[in-house]
Write a protein that binds this ligand. Structure first.
Ligand code: ADP
Ligand code: MG
Length: 618
């Protein structure tokens, strides 16, 4: 932390201003919180309190109070001028930035679109009184001396009062709260030396204590269970020091949202580093699973350009490749020091039964994509191998369905059978005769005209399920869980989930919150069939929180897809010949048999002509 105490604020010269990435920094309430808290951190605060107030579902006030260096009366006024900063003086400084701010624009931009009240008093100054300023819409309205503790407090009210277009962000309170949580989580993790206290309408949301141990902060935010699964990582290189934690492979997720990386105390999104973390796991994680990681990189400031994004959410790295390789190697080295063997699960005769019952052995799918196969069985499209007592691997091709597996599959098939009825005469898909199943994944079938069809059983059943679920939208049956399932979610996810509760209820998923971050799932749609365990519910909720921002669909549609995906027979489930035929017949009675709800093909076909051509019979 640089010494900003003696420094005063000055307006940057035009040459420097021109070099600074331009753009809007205050686009929503969450960005105000980010800028104010970053200022408090830069001011060397030990404790930062964030108070949010909301009325009628909109954020009405944001107050950030710190015990940092404070400002003199003259500085306080200048702080509101555009390009006024104490953090850099000249162009060269842009290449050795150690502070979170440097653009000198945040206070000016916030005050341009809101009413800002600033109360500040410099630390260890002779002054008895502090300064109170009110700036509204960029105009200084009040200035007075006032009694104040050392430090700074900024209150933002009437946000976007003069920019109605942006006011719309006020509408969805929980979404905005989730963003704020996300921002604060990143700041808390990158600055464990600061105690953060976040309140919403005086209700405690997130509180961290000052600590020298980042793991304490991680445990505080993400829970002890998460912290227990973490392995320390550290490496020292000439241009970079890596520290932090990565999860054992047993703790993995379907997205990389919890690979959190800070570079020089700035929490940023750097896809190359995220990818490097995943690479460090090699084959310890299947392709579609991601670890949890908290990494702190201290990189030579000359290699880090923070001046690429106005809100500084991204940085540009010189030596990106070397940095990535170093991160990958450090993660790999950390993992290889630990005995991880018990985590690697190879399908075994004894747990064929589990596979049949769709227990995916701690590996679950990304987003609402297809559920994963048991470890080592097919991420690369290879057939699963089972190791019989004799020790010689046997291709999964020859695995017989187990009794429990068959019963469970039957149950799922019955769920969809009742509703699908007889394939219509106008079916777009030809009638098929099943030949067999390969690797518990694909069904081989033949059409009357000599076509060979390969069907992805999960995608097919997902389509069947999806159409049924969307059709029975009205009057959906719910099944009460015998034992309600309790799920815990960190604050950010809890806020998103809270937002979805009413939509979920409409879809038959009954969730209620009890206590911050803890939810009780009481009922799920009957079509989901037998619920095999709390993990299934947890995964369902995980899917809901994930989403694909690239292809947004309505919450309702998303929930339908997730239910279909979760209820459908999974890849890796060994089916009997008769069950395969039932899947194919049901698929034929759907309206869109050729793709799954995510748009992937349910089947590929080899026409007779194509086969002849491949065998050079033509
Ligand atoms: P920047 O952070 O990029 O310098 P800002 O507009 O956010 O620009 O702040 C302008 C200046 O006001 C800062 O450089 C700093 O000197 C001063 N300042 C802002 N917030 C605080 C605070 N909480 N405590 C002390 N000084 C502050
Ligand atoms: Mg700032």
């Amino acid at each position: 932390m640089p010494d900003t105490h003696g420094q005063t604020i000055h307006v940057l010269d035009p040459a420097t201003v021109n070099q600074i990435a331009a753009g809007e920094v205050v686009e929503r309430p969450a960005s105000v919180v980010k800028e104010l808290v970053e200022n408090a951190i830069d001011a060397g605060a030990r404790t930062i309190r964030i108070d949010l107030t909301s009325v009628q579902g909109g954020i009405s006030g944001i107050r950030v109070t710190d015990d940092g260096c404070g400002m003199s009366a003259a500085d306080a006024e200048l702080a509101f001028a555009p390009h006024a900063t104490s953090k850099i003086a000249a162009l060269d400084d842009l290449f050795r930035i150690r502070t979170l701010g440097f653009r000198g624009e945040a206070l000016a931009s916030i005050a341009a679109v809101a009413k800002v009240t600033l109360i500040t008093k410099p630390r260890e100054s002779a002054a008895v009184a502090g300064t109170r300023l009110v700036v509204t819409g960029g105009v200084l309205k009040e200035r007075q001396e006032t009694g104040a503790p050392e430090g700074t407090s900024v209150v933002v009210e009437e946000l976007f009062f003069n920019t109605p277009a942006r006011k719309k962000f006020q509408k969805n309170l929980n979404t905005e709260l989730a963003r704020i949580h996300g921002i604060l989580e990143g700041l808390c993790l990158a600055h464990p030396q600061v105690s953060f206290r976040f309140y919403h309408n005086n209700r405690e949301q997130l509180v961290t204590d000052r600590t020298a141990q980042p793991l304490d902060t991680i445990a505080r935010i993400f829970g002890n269970e998460c912290a227990r699964e973490l392995i320390p990582v550290s490496a020292d290189l000439p241009f970079m020091r890596i520290s932090g934690f990565v999860s054992r492979p047993s703790l993995s997720r379907r997205d990389h949202d919890r690979i959190l990386v800070s570079i020089n105390d700035r929490y940023v999104s750097t896809p190359s580093v995220t990818a490097a973390v995943k690479d460090g796991y090699g084959t310890l994680l299947s392709r579609d699973r991601f670890p949890v990681a908290f990494l702190f990189l201290a990189i030579d400031t000359r290699l880090v350009d923070v001046n690429v994004h106005p809100a500084k959410k991204e940085v540009r790295l010189s030596k990106e490749k070397e940095i990535g390789e170093a991160v990958r190697d450090a993660v790999h080295a950390a993992l290889s020091k630990f005995d991880l063997i018990p985590e690697v699960v190879v399908p075994h005769p004894q747990n064929r039964e589990l596979a049949g019952a769709e227990n995916t052995v701690a590996l679950t799918p990304p987003g609402v994509a297809e559920p994963a196969l048991p470890y080592g069985s097919g991420a690369a499209g290879l057939p699963a191998t089972a190791v019989p007592a004799s020790g010689a691997p046997v291709p999964a091709l020859f695995i017989e369905p187990t009794h429990t597996g068959t019963v469970s599959t039957d149950h799922r098939l019955r769920q969809t059978e009742l509703a699908s009825g007889v394939p219509p005469v106008t079916a777009v898909m030809p009638a098929l005769e099943v030949i067999g199943q390969v690797g518990g994944i694909y069904i081989l079938a033949a059409a009357a005209d000599g076509e060979l069809i390969i069907i992805d059983q999960h995608a097919a059943h997902e389509r069947i399920f999806y159409e049924q679920v969307s059709r029975s939208m009205a009057g959906r049956h719910v099944q009460e869980l015998l034992v309600p399932v309790i799920i815990h979610r960190p604050p950010k996810e809890a806020a998103i989930l809270r937002d979805l509760i009413p939509v979920l209820a409409q879809e038959g998923v009954m969730i209620e919150e009890f206590g911050t971050g803890s939810f009780l799932v009481r009922a799920v749609p009957a079509v989901m069939g037998k619920i095999e365990g709390p993990e299934m519910i947890d995964d369902l909720v995980g899917d809901l929180l994930g989403g694909d921002p690239a292809r947004p669909v309505s919450d309702r549609e998303r929930i339908t897809r997730i239910i279909a995906c979760r209820g459908a027979i999974k890849a890796g489930t060994v089916c009997t010949h008769e069950q395969c035929q039932r899947i194919v017949d049901q698929l034929r009675s759907t309206q869109n048999p050729f793709t799954c709800p995510h748009g992937r093909p349910t089947m590929v076909r080899f026409s007779r002509a194509k086969l002849d051509e491949m065998f050079r019979r033509t």
